[in-house]
Design a protein around this ligand. Structure first.
Ligand SMILES: C[S@@+](CC[C@H](N)C(=O)[O-])C[C@H]1O[C@@H](n2cnc3c(N)ncnc32)[C@H](O)[C@@H]1O
Length: 227
């Protein structure tokens, strides 16, 4: 990924970190579907080993899982976001890191949760992000991704009155899955759309790198106030 773009992302999130935390940290209170999926995730990874909230922002997803007994820490590109995460969750660990080049040994983590952080990875680099996730996951490790459904790439120069330079990449979930499957990674799809859910710009789904299993969890929901 172009270093200038990475630096733009970092400084953009540093600039909006406090406001983002104020606006978004409490969002799970109003998202029963997300809570249900996170509860399911927590039940599956509790006691399994270390779990990373990758692109954790202010850390509310990590906190939710921590409160349910998951051995989780957060990782983010933006020092400003990490400052917010640490301030709001002083008992938890938050580290600096870039999901495209994780400074982590192979097979170190039991699971990864990444809510709306791959949305800043260009389509040309998304396979690299998945390769890194796969490399650092234990065999059979679980990946819980949330992202925006679509095909477009939006460019934002202003967020809540702050100057930013952020690309917001939407992914077609079928295309994304076929990319992960056609890569070196043996990650397998085990998800299906839920009839009756609104068509939307956001999706959450479970993946793991174990053998293929029956369809399990796929959720579509409205964009809400997330970027
Ligand atoms: C839309 S926010 C999502 C934050 C949080 N996961 C949530 O659900 O609110 C995207 C986050 O991804 C982080 N991010 C962007 N690119 C990243 C990268 N290459 N590696 C790690 N984190 C990254 C940003 O700093 C930001 O905190």
């Amino acid at each position: 990924m172009d270093p200038q773009r990475l630096s733009d992302y970092q400084s953009s999130y540093d600039r909006i970190a406090e406001e983002y935390a104020n606006r978004i940290s409490g969002e799970l209170d109003h998202k029963p579907l997300d809570r249900m999926l996170l509860d399911e995730f927590a039940a599956r990874v509790k006691g399994a080993g270390r779990v990373c909230d990758l692109g954790c922002g202010p850390g509310h997803v990590a906190r939710y899982l921590h409160d349910r007994g998951v051995d989780i820490f957060g990782m983010d590109l933006s020092p400003g976001m990490l400052e917010q995460a640490r301030k709001r969750n002083p008992a938890m660990e938050f580290r600096h890191g870039n999901m495209l080049t994780l400074d982590v040994r192979d097979r170190a983590w039991a699971a990864i949760v990444a809510f709306y952080s791959i949305v800043h990875i260009p389509k040309t680099d998304i396979l690299q992000a998945f390769r890194e996730m796969f490399r650092v996951l234990e065999p059979g490790g679980l990946l819980f991704l949330a992202f925006h459904i679509g095909i477009e790439v939006l460019h934002e120069e202003n967020c809540w009155g702050h100057q930013v330079s952020l690309d917001l990449v939407f992914f077609g979930w079928l295309a994304l899955l076929s990319r992960t499957r056609s890569s070196a990674s043996p990650m397998r799809r085990k998800s299906s759309t839920k009839a009756g859910e609104p068509t939307s710009a956001r999706a959450s789904q479970f993946e793991d790198n174990a053998l293929p299993k029956p369809p399990e969890a796929m959720a579509l929901h409205n964009p809400g106030s997330h970027m």
